[in-house]
Unconditional design. Structure first.
Length: 344
């Protein structure tokens, strides 16, 4: 039987390559960092936004940052670890989990990576449209203390948020709404909960976002509503992840093609387009006939068809040739005598 060439399809969920992922992540993070620096906004406007948020929280008695900040300020055993957590975990644990997903759960990597990137870009839009003064930069009359300035002798940071000493000018201190510290921590928690194994991954998945939420308020870097907005941004990013992946796949299928000219990146379970030569070869063959003639291949069926066209009279020695009705002997029916049969 003649064999037909099979073409391998590239599944949508195949393992990504690090040399394409690193530049992509670097570009998104560079946009995020550059946006924070370039869109500083007017200081007076940022202060007004911060006071509006604080007044709203006081009206509904959800200004949890006040008691937490007093607790962290009065007890260094709480304030110092909180400052270290704010200054480091945001930049260490998030990429570590991204690398872990890439290496150990590669089938889920594209989804969680896209979710993180979309949410980060949405947060950048929030920084642009709503520059907000954090509690620690408000006037002392509002009762907030910058714990990172108070405990700066314990770490590498100075008085300019979590930036190292002398590099405060490289950060936008009025990018408080939404809190991506909380947003990224929520992303880490969901990824650990869904894709981690064992009870510890579940515990960390729940505890880490809650701890970071307390840290950002206790250090006076964010309001409670900043944390709520950070969680909301991650929710919107998650909703946009699947449409973004479908759009990216359409673009990839349109512009990226295999060496044979067939579109690369067909959806899961869908074969690539059948080559023209394979289609033509199949249409010229007669279908296989599995019947009493025991014709089991297209070649056999084709040879018999050609033979019937060139030999109008069947060979008498062919056991499958039709017999002349006159040559077929009649059988005497049962239950009748010979005379009745002869009469018929």
């Amino acid at each position: 039987m003649e064999s037909v060439r099979m073409y391998r399809t590239a599944p949508l969920g195949k393992r990504p390559r690090w040399w394409t992922e690193l530049p992509l992540i670097a570009v998104v993070y560079a946009l995020y960092s550059a946006g924070r620096l370039l869109v500083r906004g007017d200081v007076a406007t940022a202060v007004d936004h911060g006071l509006s948020i604080l007044d709203f929280e006081k009206q509904f008695r959800i200004n949890f940052e006040h008691p937490l900040n007093r607790l962290f300020t009065d007890h260094a055993i709480l304030g110092v670890p909180a400052d270290f957590a704010y200054a480091s975990l945001h930049y260490i644990l998030t990429p570590a989990i991204l690398v872990w997903i890439f290496r150990r759960r590669s089938e889920h990597y594209r989804k969680v990576r896209t979710w993180l990137m979309i949410s980060t870009l949405i947060g950048l839009v929030g920084f642009t449209l709503l520059p907000t003064c954090p509690p620690r930069l408000l006037d002392d009359a509002y009762g907030f203390v910058d714990t990172m300035r108070q405990y700066s002798s314990y770490g590498w940071w100075g008085g300019d948020a979590s930036a190292p000493r002398g590099l405060g000018g490289l950060t936008n201190q009025y990018a408080a709404m939404p809190s991506l510290h909380v947003g990224w921590a929520l992303w880490c928690g969901v990824v650990l909960w869904r894709h981690g194994r064992g009870a510890w991954s579940k515990v960390v998945g729940v505890g880490y976002p809650l701890a970071i939420t307390l840290v950002v308020m206790g250090t006076a870097n964010h309001y409670f509503l900043d944390a709520v907005a950070g969680a909301a941004v991650m929710g919107v990013g998650l909703l946009l992840t699947k449409p973004a992946l479908r759009l990216a796949e359409r673009i990839r299928a349109r512009f990226v093609r295999t060496p044979d000219g067939a579109p690369d990146g067909a959806p899961d379970g869908a074969p690539d387009a059948t080559p023209a030569d394979a289609v033509a070869g199949e249409t010229h063959r007669a279908p296989a006939n599995v019947s009493g003639g025991c014709e089991t291949s297209a070649r056999t069926a084709l040879s018999r068809t050609a033979a019937s066209e060139t030999q109008p009279e069947a060979d008498a020695r062919d056991p499958f040739a039709a017999e002349d009705p006159a040559d077929i002997p009649r059988q005497t029916p049962r239950g009748t005598d010979g005379a009745a049969a002869a009469a018929r």
